[in-house]
Design a protein around this ligand. Structure first.
Ligand code: ADP
Ligand code: MG
Length: 502
């Protein structure tokens, strides 16, 4: 008997089928990945499971009993919990209160009911211990905890309410690497305790590490059901993308041009120490390290966005260059796409057109007016050339998917006359289909003669994409890897604790 059996699930929105005859089964204590490109129907399926959406057809059984799940309360009663993407806890309450909030233990004395605080604390302590967090004091305020510990409290709360199936929709998207590690340990503990987990993530390495089985949705149908230990990345990618995945990554460059950027002795107190590197025209240089290694400063420092950073010397295209301000960097021919696309890069309420042309409005000034027609013409060109999926130049950026937003970020630099492009975590949170297109785009840019710096904490990404990679640890370069180096070699160099660089 399975913990969860969804059978023949159909769902359409306004007559458009989104899920077609989907069967989805999860065993007791099983961790199952639900994978698929953006729009495949993953969120819709788990929202049906958790009573947020009504299904058009199909049955849901929990532990062998068919359950009527029409509302979130029905799903909770059936032992199903959808963990929201944003952690939802009460910061001003204690850990114990958060965990028991839905069912406070009641203590009766002389006929007067009150919360049994001792029982509440004991219950919290037990659940935290189950999840491998016996060290957390149940009296502590939740607001004083880090994000991943708040996640633990949220999961403990679900368990206090007898959750038997936990659904996590992209739980690591907002977590730093160390915090993600803690979450993985909690998932292990859940598995040991017979709680079933449905895990949605774009990160294949996480999925391969954590899950027992992988179910792939494509265009609303089940396109694959694999035992994780017995399947390859390629097979899973193929099922997700539905066409032969020649390769997620384009071919590497064999003809690297003349040296373009040279940086000597880049330092920033407490973050970077004496980092020196060169990038050639036509080359993709990877800058890799774990979170906290200092890599997140490198691109910004070169772009003049870290005021405390200093270089001994630097040059671009043979001209001396001193990072000072982003404006000066753009003038020197350097473009930059920040990791936090939403916050720094794109302005959500502005249109695709306004975003693409923002850094180069000067080119569209005709007399004293902005030449909107020329802008629109150029924007249309880039929408077509890059396959940006949108309704047109005037659509607001915030309505685009992450992958398409990233293409807008890239295209704005193609309009300008830059020779070096720095990209930070270019595909974080972007689905696989769009990742493939973005990698092709980056390679195209380098093939056209640009020097490209890709700052990334994704070992697979730098191994797949970069022609050469510098690896940082504690703010220093610990290894320089050739384009042929594997992801595990990059990880080994970044995470070693003793000895010299491999
Ligand atoms: P995924 O989570 O795999 O990216 P979703 O389940 O969010 O996919 O979406 C599947 C499809 O259903 C998409 O085409 C999406 O546009 C559509 N969809 C999702 N929710 C709604 C809704 N509330 N109204 C209309 N269409 C929706
Ligand atoms: Mg989704």
């Amino acid at each position: 008997m399975s913990r969860l059996e969804m059978r023949g699930i159909d769902k359409a929105f306004a007559g458009v089928p989104v899920l077609r005859n989907v069967d989805f089964v999860v065993g007791t204590g099983e961790v199952v990945a639900l994978l698929g490109a953006n729009g495949a129907g993953k969120s819709t399926l788990v929202k049906i499971l958790s009573g947020v959406y009504a299904r058009d057809a199909g049955t849901i059984a929990v532990d062998g009993t068919v359950r009527r799940i029409a509302t979130p309360a029905d799903a909770i009663a059936a032992g199903i919990r959808l963990l929201p993407q944003e952690v939802s806890v009460y910061p001003e309450l204690s850990i114990a209160e958060n965990i028991s909030i839905a069912n406070l233990p009641v203590h009766r004395r002389f006929g007067i009911a009150s919360t049994d605080r001792r029982l509440m604390r004991r219950r919290a302590q037990e659940l935290l211990t189950t999840l491998g967090h016996a060290d957390l004091d149940p009296n502590r305020l939740v607001g004083s905890l880090g994000l991943s510990q708040q996640r633990v409290v949220e999961i403990a709360r679900a368990l206090a309410g007898e959750a038997r199936v936990l659904v996590m929709d992209e739980p690591t998207a907002a977590l730093a690497e160390a915090e993600a590690e803690q979450l993985f340990a909690v998932i292990e503990a859940l598995r040991r305790n017979g709680v079933s987990v449905i895990y949605i993530s774009h990160y294949l390495d996480e999925v391969f590490r954590l899950t027992d089985r992988i179910v792939v949705l494509r265009d609303g149908e089940v396109a694959g059901n694999f035992v994780t230990a017995a399947v390859s990345h390629e097979t899973v990618l193929h099922a997700m993308l539905g066409r032969v995945v020649d390769e997620l990554y384009p071919e590497k460059s064999t003809r690297i041009g003349a040296p373009l950027l040279s940086v000597v002795g880049l330092s920033q107190p407490g973050c970077l120490r004496n980092v020196s590197f060169e990038v050639a025209a036509g080359e993709i240089l990877g800058v890799f390290g774990l979170v906290g290694s200092g890599i997140e400063r490198v691109g910004r420092a070169v772009f003049g966005a870290e005021s405390a950073a200093r270089v001994t010397s630097a040059s671009i295209a043979g001209q001396p260059y001193r990072p000072s301000t982003p404006r000066a960097a753009v003038r020197a021919g350097i473009g930059f796409v920040a990791a936090e696309r939403k916050r720094e890069g794109l302005i959500g309420m502005l249109s695709v057109r306004e975003n693409i042309t923002a850094p180069f409005l000067g080119r569209f000034v005709n007399g004293w007016q902005v030449d909107t027609q020329a802008e629109t013409r150029d924007t249309r060109h880039w929408i077509a050339a890059l396959g940006i999926r949108c309704t047109g130049p005037e659509q607001e950026i915030r309505l685009l998917s992450g992958g398409n937003q990233q293409k807008v970020c890239l295209s704005r630099w193609m309009l300008g006359s830059i020779s070096l492009l720095i990209l930070e975590e270019p595909t974080r949170g972007v689905d696989l289909g769009a990742r493939r297109e973005i990698y092709r785009l980056i390679r195209q840019l380098s093939a056209d003669g640009l020097g490209v710096v890709v700052v990334s904490s994704d070992a697979e990404e730098v191994a797949g994409l970069a022609d050469r990679t510098i690896v940082l640890r504690h703010g220093e370069i610990v290894a320089v890897l050739p384009g042929s180096a594997s992801a595990s070699a990059a990880l080994a160099a970044a995470s070693q604790t003793t000895g010299s660089a491999a």
